[in-house]
Design a protein around this ligand. Structure first.
Ligand SMILES: Nc1ncnc2c1ncn2[C@@H]1O[C@H](COP(=O)(O)OP(=O)(O)O)[C@@H](O)[C@H]1O
Ligand SMILES: O=P(O)(O)O[C@H]1O[C@H](CO)[C@@H](O[C@H]2O[C@H](CO)[C@@H](O)[C@H](O)[C@H]2O)[C@H](O)[C@H]1O
Length: 467
């Protein structure tokens, strides 16, 4: 039987909570897929906010934590105050066996002494508390649960945590909604809320419209903590579909073309709804400098890049030369981390784009800056390459055909074929492949050969050899 809903509230116990959880969290946190500071020990925590959502003395306690996590700085990088993470901690006297994978540990002292604490999102009941709070637009401590007044949330929807490998955590309610909780949070509006809201208001149906969201107001700064949006039931993502077709020896050209069109529709809507700017020599210099610095940092982090360093840099110097010659580009708000896994196809064949957070490792201000739309296109082109290289046997021709079809689809909507801009496209593809090398070295070392193979290709000086 479901536990009774207790009104949301905060109590005096929260102040002591962290001290008793600290030893458990030190061990548990670095093991989480979404923990960005892997490879460096956790040396301590500072609580930014601790909010009791269900009382700790009840059968089920539920705490919302925003924690600054202290770690030694990355070698060579400036000192860092530590990332802030969002946690939902459940507390029970006995953890039922079905929640064993969620275990954080047993608490020996403090307000939860004798209780077992666990990752609460695994547990439908606490997840349903979040939905109820969004439905009723609850205010708890510094937490603000907001809802689009035009969208209703039915009560009684069953919650289940998504088990996919993710940078954040998502809970699906019935087959109706999906709630994404951001794990590493920074002050300011998250583009994963901002952009879908703008697109919804602009009438662009290529992105699920946010239904509700959770904000925290701390020290006069606002944080986006979670976004609820309609769940595209029965959808497959582009990555699964592409691998499925590859395994069957089928091409993916029609879908790649449709994806090109979907990307173009989103770009067109964003360029209309939000300001665009012209990137002249000074801005392009900053862009090139950023790419060059990321390359240098990547070579320090992954020495396997060193043999390709000067060839890769030539992609950036070619862009700098065009800028010096007076070439300009338009910049606009974009997706920022577009790849096949961010594209969902409904059972009716309609493509949507999701996850507008941008590359989570980049500073928020940078992720919210207008950028050439080609950056997204480069991300998708890399993704076709990824799919083809992870297939067995690798299928470079398949990737080539998809890349061409994607660009053609994009050109059908915008009138601009990305291939007519090869220098900027190569610079963005190179920047992305370097990002991927670092990403894979950190998160999935077995996958490192995939972006390294692109690095080899992109470092070649002449275009013929690269294609
Ligand atoms: N609106 C949606 N409908 C159906 N599935 C979704 C929806 N949004 C996200 N998903 C699923 O959740 C997964 C993770 O979502 P995503 O926003 O990419 O999170 P993360 O930033 O943690 O990677 C996606 O790969 C997709 O399978
Ligand atoms: O899922 P996120 O939005 O957090 O993105 C991160 O993880 C992605 C992998 O899950 C990573 O994408 C890379 O691998 C994909 C295949 O798994 C491939 O389709 C992409 O092209 C490739 O970049 C993404 O870079 C990273 O930010």
């Amino acid at each position: 039987m479901a536990e009774a809903v207790t009104p949301f509230g905060t109590t005096g116990t929260t102040g002591h909570l962290l001290a008793s959880l600290e030893p458990l969290l030190r061990e548990w946190l670095p093991r989480q897929r979404w923990f960005a500071g892997k490879g460096r020990p956790v040396t301590g925590f500072t609580p930014l906010a601790t909010t009791e959502l269900l009382p700790g003395k009840g059968r089920l306690g539920l705490y919302h934590l925003l924690l600054r996590v202290h770690q030694p700085s990355v070698p060579g990088a400036p000192p860092h105050p530590g990332d802030c993470y969002q946690l939902l901690i459940g507390a029970r006297e006995v953890l039922p066996p079905r929640l064993a994978p969620a275990l954080i540990g047993h608490v020996n002292e403090g307000p939860l002494a004798g209780r077992t604490v666990y990752e609460a999102l695994y547990d439908p009941r606490p997840a349903e508390v979040l939905l109820e709070a969004l439905r009723t637009r609850a205010r708890v401590g510094g937490l603000r649960f907001e809802r689009d007044a035009r969208q209703e949330i039915r009560d009684g929807l069953m919650a289940r945590l998504m088990t996919a490998e993710q940078s954040n955590s998502s809970v699906v309610y019935g087959d109706t909604f999906i709630l994404k909780l951001f794990r590493r949070v920074v002050p300011g509006v998250n583009p994963d809320l901002e952009i879908p809201l703008v697109l919804a208001r602009a009438g662009c149906a290529r992105v699920p419209a946010p239904t509700a969201w959770l904000q925290a107001d701390l020290d006069a700064r606002s944080y986006t903590l979670a976004v609820l949006q309609p769940f595209v039931s029965g959808a497959s993502d582009g990555w699964e579909l592409a691998l499925r077709e590859l395994a069957k020896g089928e091409d993916f050209v029609a879908e790649a073309r449709a994806l090109g069109r979907a990307t173009a529709e989103v770009h067109t809507a964003l360029a209309r709804a939000l300001p665009t700017v012209t990137l002249g020599q000074a801005q392009l210099r900053l862009l090139v400098d950023g790419m060059t610095e990321r390359l240098a940092a990547a070579v320090r982090a992954v020495p396997a890049l060193r043999p390709y360093e000067s060839g890769l840099r030539s992609a950036f110097t070619a862009l700098a030369r065009l800028a010096e010659a007076g070439r300009t580009w338009t910049a606009q708000r974009i997706h920022g981390d577009l790849h096949l896994g961010q594209c969902l196809r409904s059972p009716f064949g309609q493509w949507s784009l999701i996850d507008f957070e941008g590359e989570p490792a980049r500073p928020l201000a940078e992720r919210r800056m207008p950028q050439p739309a080609l950056r997204d296109i480069a991300g998708m082109l890399r993704s076709f390459d990824y799919a083809a290289l992870t297939a067995s046997p690798p299928a470079p021709r398949w990737a080539h055909a998809c890349r061409a079809a994607y660009c053609s689809g994009y050109a059908e909507v915008t009138g601009h074929d990305p291939r007519t801009d090869p220098v900027l496209l190569r610079a963005f593809e190179t920047d992305k492949a370097i990002y991927e090398v670092v990403y894979e070295a950190r998160h999935r070392p077995d996958w490192l050969p995939v972006p390294l193979s692109a690095v080899r290709r992109l470092s070649l000086p002449d275009q013929e050899a690269r294609s």
